[in-house]
Design a protein around this ligand. Structure first.
Ligand code: 2HG
Ligand code: ZN
Length: 442
C-alpha cells in the first residue's frame, strides 16, 4: 500500500525493494552499523520529497534520510524497517551568485561537485574533507561536518546562509534568499544544522563561498610529541595568516597508510608525531615558523599540486587504511587545547591493550580515535567519552551523535538542554517519525 502510494509520487523504478539492492543502503561505510529497510525511495526534487514524507506520515512509517552514506555514527542507516529516503537525486547545482558570493545546491550534491562547480567563478567552498567524492551537502549540514579547513573558515554551520527543508508531515520551509542580515527571530536554518535528520529533511542549501586560494603551501613537520606539535601550531597561528589546516598523525598510523596505499613516507627516518600544516600563500611564513622553532625535527614542504597531494595522502589515507584492518570503533572527540596532551595520555591508557590508530585536527583539539580489537566496545566508548567530558570536551566534534552516541549525550548536555531538545523535536516532528533513535534516545 505504502509502496504503491510512493510509486505514484516518484515513479515505480525509484522505489527499491530488492534485498540485494537495499543492502547497500542498509549498512554504513565502515560495516559497524546495519539494519533493515522497509524500502528505499529516491525522489527527484523537493516536491517529491514532500509527497514521500506526507505518505509516510499518513501511514505512520518512520523515515531515515540518507545522503552519500559516508556517516560514521549510524545516523543515516535504517535500524528496524524504516523507509530510507535517499536524497542522492537532488543534486542540482544552481548558478553561482558572484555578487553575494553564494550558491544554492541540492541536498544530494556531493562536496566534490560543489568544489568543481564554484571554481569556474573564481570562488571556493570553505569546507573540505576526505570523503568529498561521496559526502553530500545535505548530510554535511545535518551533522555540522567540520573537516580539514576549520582553522580558516569554520565548520559547516559557518557556511550555511539558508536552506529549504520538508517537515515530517510534508509541509515545506524555504529560506534560500541568503540574506547576510536578517533579524527576524528564531534561526530555523541554524536549528536544522546539526539536527541529524531528526527535525526535517533538508532538500537544498544556500552556501557561502570564499575567494579561491591561488597558491597553497603544505608542510609535514616531524616533532617529538603532541606538546611540541602544539608549540609549532602556536607559532603558525601568529606567523601564518593563511593557516587553513593543522592536522596531526602518528608514526604507527603513517606506516599503516603507506603500506595500504603503497606510498613512501615523508621522511626516510621515523618520528613519533607528524603535524601537517596547509596555508594559503607562499612558503615564506611557514619557512620562518620552521626556522624559528626548536621543536621541528624534520620537515617537508610542497607548493605544487602533486607534491602537496602526496603529503596530504599520508593524512587522508588513515580512514581507509584503518578500515582495511577490520571494523573499527570510531570515536570522534574534541577537547580544549589546554587538555590535549593530558587527554591523549589518558586515551592511550584507556584503549590499551587494543590497537589505537589516532589522528585528527589538532587546531580544534579534535581526535579521531580508531580502535581495532576492543574487547568491549560499549564499555570502552563510555570510558573514553567520560574522560572527554571530564576534560570539558565534546563527545562528537564533527561526525554527529547518531545512534552510536545517543545514550552518552547527557555527559555533555545538561538536563535543561536535553529537555529543550526533546521539546524541539516534539514541535517539529510530533509523531517522532524522522530518524527515530538518532541523536535523542527513543
Ligand atoms: C577525517 O578527519 C574524518 O578524516 C574521518 O573525519 C575520521 O575515519 C575517521 O575516524
Ligand atoms: Zn575528521
Amino acid at each position: 500500500m505504502l509502496e504503491s502510494t510512493l510509486a505514484a509520487v516518484v515513479g515505480r523504478e525509484q522505489v527499491l525493494t530488492d534485498p540485494a539492492v537495499l543492502a547497500g543502503f542498509e549498512t554504513d561505510w565502515t560495516g559497524r552499523f546495519r539494519g533493515r529497510a522497509r524500502l528505499v525511495v529516491r525522489p527527484a526534487d523537493a516536491g517529491e520529497v514532500a509527497g514521500v514524507l506526507r505518505a509516510c506520515h499518513d501511514a505512520r512509517i518512520p523515515v531515515v534520510p540518507q545522503g552519500g552514506n559516508t556517516g560514521l555514527v549510524g545516523g543515516g542507516v535504517p535500524r528496524d524497517g524504516e523507509v530510507v529516503l535517499s536524497l542522492a537525486r537532488l543534486d542540482t547545482l544552481g548558478p553561482v551568485d558572484p555578487v553575494a558570493a553564494q550558491v544554492t545546491v541540492g541536498a544530494g550534491a556531493t562536496l566534490a561537485a560543489v568544489h568543481r562547480h564554484v571554481a569556474a567563478a573564481g570562488l571556493e567552498f570553505g569546507v573540505d574533507l576526505a570523503a568529498r567524492d561521496s559526502a553530500t551537502i545535505g548530510g554535511m549540514v545535518s551533522t555540522n561536518a567540520g573537516g580539514l579547513r576549520v582553522p580558516r573558515w569554520g565548520s559547516m554551520r559557518a557556511q550555511v546562509a539558508g536552506l529549504a527543508a520538508v517537515l515530517a508531515d510534508g509541509r515545506v520551509i524555504s529560506r534560500l534568499a541568503g540574506l547576510p542580515k536578517d533579524s527576524t527571530g528564531y534561526d530555523l536554518t541554524g536549528t536544522l544544522v546539526g539536527s541529524e535528520g531528526t527535525l526535517a529533511v533538508v532538500t537544498a542549501v544556500r552556501l557561502r563561498l570564499v575567494p579561491a586560494t591561488r597558491r597553497w603551501t603544505t608542510a609535514t613537520i616531524a616533532v617529538a610529541d603532541i606538546v611540541a606539535a602544539q608549540r609549532v601550531l602556536t607559532a603558525a597561528r601568529v606567523e601564518v595568516p593563511g593557516l587553513t589546516s593543522a592536522e596531526v598523525f602518528y608514526d604507527d598510523g603513517l606506516r599503516l597508510v603507506c603500506e595500504h596505499r603503497g606510498i613512501a613516507p615523508p621522511f626516510p627516518t621515523a618520528y613519533p608525531v607528524y603535524l601537517l600544516l596547509d596555508c594559503a600563500g607562499d612558503a615564506d611564513p611557514l619557512i620562518s615558523v620552521l626556522a624559528g622553532s626548536a621543536e621541528v625535527l624534520d620537515s617537508a614542504i610542497a607548493v605544487d599540486e602533486p607534491a602537496r597531494r602526496a603529503l596530504w595522502a599520508h593524512r587522508e589515507g588513515h580512514t581507509e587504511a584503518v578500515n582495511a584492518l577490520g571494523v573499527p570503533l570510531k570515536l570522534d572527540v574534541g577537547v580544549p587545547a589546554a587538555a590535549v596532551a593530558a587527554f591523549e595520555r589518558e586515551l592511550r591508557s584507556l584503549v590499551a591493550p587494543a590497537r589505537l590508530v589516532l589522528f585528527g585536527h589538532l587546531a580544534e583539539g579534535n581526535f579521531h580515535a580508531n580502535v581495532i580489537g576492543a574487547e568491549d566496545p560499549e564499555e570502552l566508548t563510555g570510558a573514553v567519552l567520560r574522560a572527554v567530558a571530564a576534560h570539558g570536551g565534546t563527545i562528537s566534534a564533527e561526525h554527529g551523535v547518531g545512534t552510536a552516541k545517543a545514550r552518552w549525550l547527557p555527559l555533555v548536555r545538561s538536563p535543561v538542554e536535553l529537555s529543550l531538545m526533546a521539546e524541539t523535536k516534539r514541535a517539529w516532528d510530533p509523531g517522532g517519525l524522522l530518524n527515530p533513535g538518532v541523536l535523542l534516545q527513543r
